[in-house]
Design a protein. Sequence first.
Length: 107
Amino acid sequence: MSTAGTIDRPLTHDPKKQAPMKAATSEPAGSATTDFTTTGANTSRQNRTREMQLIPEALARAHMHERLREAEAQRPVERLLAARRMQRRAERASMRARRALAIAVMQ
């Protein structure tokens, strides 16, 4: 019994060996998309050059350089904040010393 394949059970899974789809008579002409070949998809898959393979690595390198630049820009700010903190600490120590001296002189 040789029956033609159905959509669920085609005779072959190779698209090149399957019969082309015929336009349904119930649809108006031009409503469906036109037939297309898969050669474009095959060629685009083979168009992966070494440069394209290295894009994620280049992105990671650029991201790392950006983080290093941000860290370099942050260092002077952190030094300035530390200097201000030490200055306030020194001023408080100076005030304590003056107060202790004043108390010692008064007695």
